[in-house]
Ligand binder design. Structure first.
Ligand SMILES: NC(=O)c1ccc[n+]([C@@H]2O[C@H](COP(=O)([O-])OP(=O)(O)OC[C@H]3O[C@@H](n4cnc5c(N)ncnc54)[C@H](OP(=O)(O)O)[C@@H]3O)[C@@H](O)[C@H]2O)c1
Length: 321
């Protein structure tokens, strides 16, 4: 009995405690405040998808204090009302509203955009943040895999439908929230076979790879326009994104996340891409840790592939090209 207790204490002192200490120190170092210039956002109109929780909620909390007109796109009336109430209360900004949009439904996206166009004359920032990571294939009403539609085909359609409104802004920015693991775990890209589920992580990463290529292609098509587009990796943090995953996945993810950043810290790179001056030359770039990356994999900047993906996506979302 005594020897068992001693072994337990030994394991705790010499293995578990040092590991937890190192993870927490890494998190503390990553969480140190970053100082960067914040813009006054009075007169700016911003659309933010998936703001009821996680990283985008923290983005909204930061932005709303600076006076923009903020429209959050959410899945339900209840979420919309609750989130708007909290944002108005924390900022005193009453110009916060919600509109319902389900990215898994093209019909819902069209209805959202029609509604936006009835009330807005210009759009200054579009943040494509909403996403899911599902543990299995689910087919949407549009016949697509749900992960791929919510994370890529939906934002692709949404962005294209809002481009004319963005072009009416003096200087507009589109921010696509992606991941740094997009290439590593996507398992490649088959241009004639875009809509398939293999594993949850691969499908999620592939949706983000499509989004990064979309960002790259969009920037090319918007050269010399007043609209700039960026992809960002917020960094890893524990959120509702992992709700659908297995208990084992969640357990290891939680441990890994002990060393990663806070949700608030993860919101910074998105906010930075709204605030930073002189980003025109960097349109189409992918940002991590507040900086553009210089080590993009060849697949992410392959012009032929990004153009083919654009054309195929136009067919899938039924837009003329
Ligand atoms: N957390 C990380 O470690 C991490 C790492 C890299 C990249 N990211 C990216 O960061 C972004 C934010 O993720 P998060 O971690 O903050 O996760 P989250 O808290 O789960 O936020 C995702 C948001 O998307 C919304 N959403 C889900 N399905 C939707 C649909 N069909 N239509 C419209 N909105 C929908 C969710 O609404 P409900 O709450 O109503 O479901 C939620 O508000 C995502 O793009 C994610 O891929 C996260």
């Amino acid at each position: 009995m005594i020897s068992e207790n001693l072994t337990g204490s030994f394991v705790l002192i010499y293995t578990v405690l040092p590991v937890v200490t190192v993870l927490l120190m890494a998190k503390w170092l990553m969480g140190k405040n970053t100082v960067y210039k914040k813009r006054d956002l009075q007169g700016k109109t911003i659309i933010l998808t998936g703001a009821s929780s996680g990283i985008a909620y923290e983005v909204a909390v930061d932005l709303v204090k600076r006076g923009p007109r903020l429209i959050i796109a959410v899945l339900s009336k209840q979420e919309g009302e609750e989130t708007c109430r909290k944002l108005r209360q924390s900022s005193g900004n009453s110009d916060v509203s919600y509109k319902i949009m389900d990215l898994a439904s093209f019909k819902s996206i069209h209805a959202f955009v029609d509604d936006v166009k009835r009330t807005e004359r210009h759009l200054d920032v579009l943040i494509n943040n909403a996403a899911v990571m599902l543990c299995q294939h689910e087919e949407t009403e549009d016949g697509l895999d749900r992960t791929l539609q919510v994370n890529y085909f939906g934002p692709f359609l949404l962005t294209n439908l809002l481009l004319d409104l963005l072009e009416k802004s003096q200087s507009a920015r589109i921010i696509h929230v992606t991941t740094g693991f997009a290439v590593k775990y996507a398992g490649g890209l088959k241009i004639n076979h875009l809509n398939y589920f293999d594993t949850s992580v691969k499908t999620y990463c592939r949706s983000k790879l499509y989004l990064r290529l979309f960002n790259y292609e969009l920037a090319k098509r918007l050269t010399n326009s007043n609209v700039n587009t960026f992809s960002v990796h917020p960094g890893d943090c524990y959120t509702n994104l992992f709700t659908d995953m297995s208990a084992l996945f969640k357990f290891f993810t939680r441990i890994w996340m002990l060393s990663q950043r806070s949700v608030k810290k993860a919101s910074e790179v998105i906010i930075h891409c709204i605030d930073a001056d002189d980003l025109q030359q960097l349109s189409g770039k992918h940002f991590e840790n507040l900086k553009p990356t210089h080590h993009d994999a060849p697949i992410e900047t392959n012009s032929r592939l990004s153009e083919d993906l654009w054309n195929k996506s136009m067919e899938i979302v039924k837009l003329p090209y």
